[in-house]
Design a protein around this ligand. Structure first.
Ligand SMILES: [Zn+2]
Length: 944
């Protein structure tokens, strides 16, 4: 016998290819193949009345997003009687196989065979295929050509032999396989090729693991982006195809478990394909189709407000409970671009104790140090976290990824258990039979981790059963990548901020109005917002069609909110903060959640012409006619705020090496330059209560900016109301304020609180945070003094040294070539202050800046609620299941204390975020007392 490694391996590979070619050799053509005219996305019923014509193999179909319906008619050969029969369908598009009006399976490049009979009876067979002229990732690489359409007899022996052989062959050739085992496999596989004796393979499968081995729970999955390189309407069809395929494989592989997140996708199936939905329900009951995640969609987790994140979980968990009688114990967000430090607390509040993601494996500066750890949130709440060591939620379940899982797990001292999330994803598709065949063979085979199919819950239970002291990771999980997503698609960001504010106000006004609380409409609008917070819609990383849908949805939200908040004579302060505001040339004053009254104002504001200044009792601001701010004197402290001209409008070359809409690359920071000076200025308002100067300038190559700089009497905020006509390419627009403030960290508002991040690049962790997310404010404070940048619709900030910046607009060209082109309106403000951001009332100013007085039909005579103590009452709504009130508070500063809440309560209970697990609070004279800890989010149900 002549031993030669290269010859042997190439021979084994060739043998594998021959076995694969032999899987479907007994085929029969489809006798009649007809195709419809090009149509839109229509129902099966509507497709029955189309005119069909003969189609040919090799024919091409298009354009992108078009649909064609095919009719396949044939007679099954008599000799196939009792045999299993597959349809072999090859095209670059996404197909749906239908039979008798029911979805049978998805057909795509990875799922090119679908069963049409388990036990054939000779005779007529009628099938239909709905062909979408888009690939799993939107635009196909080639025109959609129908390359194959025929029937084949299922050869169970050939199928088994091929998979038996192929798994052992790939194990033999893997560099990490033990050399003795590899040599045995090589020898025996070659002997099999010589003899075709399948008992040789069977004997190899009798080789088992040692006593102690790494253990993998493998869960089938199909990450279906709710919109991305395809519009929402296609996503519904993706779910149909993917779920139908998964259901079929559950029958073939009784151990197969398919985990599926995002209640929204189930809700679409329920509404539009009741037959498929009933099949899903049956498999949920059987434990094979497993709802997971507990959220409405898999949202972005940087940009939505704390209340939005609560609603994602509230509506998700309620849906799963109502539809399937089950709640999710795992939060599932494998693909979001960073994880706010309040998530552990929010998960816990929604009955979730475990969390899965893998996205941080994409970090560009520091790879995560753990795959299994305890994540401690801002308030100290803990959840058990697992990052699958295969570093993917689209695992192929092959030898390579099974071994990677076992070998690259970073916490092997504490754990021998990993989750493998397998199946084609992003564009859906899901697991293939090949993956399931591999996993059936990897149950207990020497050289591979011990592997079983199971649910995420079974996996986490196995983890929890380990007697391990886990590493603890505290606070925000910042994603060191995709920093452009805080800014791309500015209209969506604006829509999000306005809708969050609007729904909040609508709930409050709904409660104030009394009996006719618009529950159904609020529910509908909230779910529309939650949908648009999906992790490729809100971040700005989708195609044009998605943003056309989003524009329609945000317009619908605006319209719906307006209808819930009809204009009226009462100016209501919907915020938790007392306020004084200039509106319509008058000064108004209001307590929290109360109607404003007109008051007189003793201080005033004035404009100076030479030099150009705005001045009130807080600030004296000097302008250059070019639009920059030469200096700001903060009168209460006597300090100059700036070290150099502020409101410096900057342009940067913003041309990332990849992921255009996603990334602001580090080298972008080298390319900053001041924009062109203002060409003209004019005084637009000059009263004792409000002064405004407008500056207009050209911007970049083809854009223009107009800023109305406003200072109101008595206001600590210098406001920049900005309109930009934006037509740049690969350019980032920022505004910079060089502050005379020195601090190692800046503070950024985040959901239900804040995050502190460095103002220097000392370590790789610091450098990675050169652009960070934030909500309504970013603040830089030293002891005794600081300044905050407030925004009405921006989420991208940076601070280096004393230079505090906000990112205003980007202009990526992919995947949406028209991203951000056109007119934008937004506002930001600088608020210098004595003391730190907490005692200076930065949060209050940020809230007021985002929530002008609402002129509406009901105005409470008394403040609706009064909170004595440092808790913010963020949300006032009706309970989901009764007419009780639900109040949501959060502790915003990182402090501890006791608050007294006056809300005219008869009885009150602390509950979880799902408004359950009531613990009664003592109520006295309509008020109750609420002890709180740092960063705590508290829900109270109130009966009045
Ligand atoms: Zn995704």
């Amino acid at each position: 016998m002549i031993s030669h490694l290269d010859y042997t391996r190439r021979r084994l590979r060739q043998a594998s290819e021959r076995l694969r070619d032999g899987l479907f050799t007994d085929t029969a053509p489809v006798a009649e193949l007809l195709v419809s005219p090009r149509v839109d996305r229509i129902s099966w019923r509507d497709a029955q009345s189309l005119d069909y014509r003969p189609a040919e193999i090799g024919e091409r179909f298009g354009p992108l997003w078009a649909t064609y319906w095919f009719r396949l008619g044939t007679t099954l050969p008599a000799e196939w009687s009792g045999e299993r029969v597959e349809l072999l369908w090859q095209s670059e598009g996404e197909g749906t196989l239908w039979r008798d009006g029911r979805v049978v399976a998805g057909l795509n490049t990875h799922h090119a065979a679908a069963t049409v009979a388990d036990s054939a009876t000779p005779g007529e067979l009628e099938l239909q295929v709905e062909l979408a002229c888009n690939g799993l990732f939107g635009r196909p690489d080639r025109p959609v050509e129908l390359a194959r359409c025929e029937l084949a007899r299922w050869d169970a022996t050939a199928w088994k032999t091929f998979h038996d052989f192929e798994l052992l062959r790939t194990l033999e050739s893997h560099p990490a396989t033990d050399p003795s085992l590899a040599a045995l496999l090589r020898r025996e596989l070659e002997r099999f090729v010589d003899t075709k004796d399948v008992t040789i393979l069977e004997q190899l499968y009798a080789l088992h693991n040692a006593d102690y081995a790494h253990e993998i729970v493998a869960v089938g999955h199909a990450h279906i982006d709710t919109a991305w390189l395809w519009p929402l309407a296609e996503t519904f069809r993706k779910t149909q195809r993917t779920f139908a395929t998964a259901l079929r494989y559950m029958d073939e592989y009784p151990g197969y478990v398919f985990a599926c997140s995002q209640a929204q996708q189930y809700a679409w199936i329920k509404e539009r394909d009741p037959d498929l939905y009933s099949r899903i329900r049956a498999k949920v009951a059987a434990g094979q189709f497993v709802p997971t995640g507990g959220s409405w969609v898999e949202p972005d987790l940087n940009i939505p407000s704390g209340e939005s994140l609560v609603r994602q979980l509230l509506h998700g968990q309620r849906f799963f409970e109502q539809e399937f009688g089950t709640r999710c114990a795992e939060f599932w967000a494998p693909d979001a671009f960073g994880y706010t430090g309040q998530l552990p607390q929010l998960m816990r509040g929604a009955g979730i104790t475990r969390f899965l993601t893998q996205k941080l494996s994409w970090n560009r500066f520091n790879k995560p140090e753990n795959h299994t750890f305890t994540w401690q949130g801002d308030d100290g709440s803990e959840v058990l976290v697992h990052f699958p060591p295969a570093d993917t939620y689209n695992s192929m379940a092959d030898v390579n990824e099974l071994l990677k899982t076992a070998h690259e797990h970073k916490n092997l001292e504490q754990s021998r258990t990993s989750l493998l999330v397998f199946g084609y994803g992003d564009g859906g598709g899901g697991p293939t039979r090949e993956m399931l065949e591999n996993l059936e063979r990897a149950v207990d085979l020497q050289g591979l981790p011990r592997t079983r199919l199971g649910t995420p819950t079974e996996f986490f239970e196995a983890l929890e059963a380990e007697d391990a002291v886990r590493p603890v990771v505290v606070g925000e999980l910042y994603f060191e990548y995709h920093r452009g997503v805080y800014t791309s698609q500015a209209a969506v960001k604006r829509g999000n901020r306005r809708s969050e504010q609007g729904l909040r106000d609508a709930e409050l006004i709904g409660v104030l109005r009394g009996d006719d609380y618009p529950r159904a409409e609020l529910d509908r609008l909230w779910k529309l917002l939650l949908l648009n917070q999906f992790h490729d819609i809100l971040p700005g990383s989708s195609i044009r069609l998605v943003y056309e849908d989003a524009a329609r949805d945000f317009a619908e939200l605006e319209r719906g909110i307006e209808e819930l908040l009809p204009p009226g004579p009462h100016p209501v302060n919907t915020t938790a903060f007392s306020r004084r505001d200039v509106v319509d040339g008058q000064m108004w004053e209001a307590e929290p959640f109360a109607t404003a009254v007109q008051v007189s104002e003793r201080s005033n504001v004035a404009i100076g012409r030479t030099p150009l200044t705005l001045e009130n009792n807080h600030l004296r601001v000097r302008f250059d006619p070019d639009g920059s701010v030469l200096g700001i004197l903060h009168k209460p402290t006597g300090r100059e705020v700036l070290t150099a001209p502020g409101n410096r409008i900057e342009l940067y070359d913003d041309d990332p090496v990849e992921f255009d809409a996603w990334d602001i690359d580090p080298y972008t920071l080298h390319t900053g330059r001041g924009a062109q000076p203002a060409e003209k200025w004019e005084v637009v308002t000059e009263t004792l209560l409000r002064c405004e100067i407008a500056f207009e300038r050209p911007l970049g190559e083809a854009s223009r900016m107009r800023q109305v700089v406003r200072l109101d009497a008595g206001s600590p905020r210098l406001e920049f109301h900005t309109t930009v006509d934006w037509h740049e390419s690969h350019t980032l627009l920022k505004a910079c304020f060089p502050l005379d403030v020195r601090a190692a960290n800046a503070t950024y508002e985040m959901p239900f609180g804040y995050a502190e991040r460095p103002t220097h690049y000392s370590t790789s962790f610091d450098r990675a945070k050169y652009e960070v997310p934030g909500h309504r404010f970013a603040d830089l404070s030293e002891h005794g003094f600081g300044a905050a940048l407030l925004t009405d619709s921006k989420y991208g900030y940076s601070c280096y040294g004393g230079d505090l910046r906000v990112s205003l607009l980007r202009s990526p060209k992919s995947p949406d070539p028209e991203a951000d082109m056109g007119t934008h309106e937004f506002a930001y403000a600088l608020m210098p202050h004595a003391g730190g951001w907490r005692e200076a009332g930065v949060l209050r100013e940020a809230a007021l800046f985002n929530a002008p007085l609402r002129w509406t039909t009901v105005g409470p005579a008394e403040p609706f609620a009064i909170v004595d103590g440092d808790l913010v009452l963020e949300t006032i709504k009706r309970a989901e299941d009764s007419d009780d009130l639900v109040l949501r508070f959060y502790e915003p500063y990182g402090g501890r204390g006791v608050a007294r809440v006056h809300v005219d309560a008869a009885r009150a209970w602390r509950t979880n975020l799902l408004e359950e697990e009531p613990q009664e609070l003592a109520v006295e004279s309509g008020a109750f007392v609420l002890p709180f800890r740092p960063r705590e989010v508290i829900t109270v149900k109130v009966a009045r």
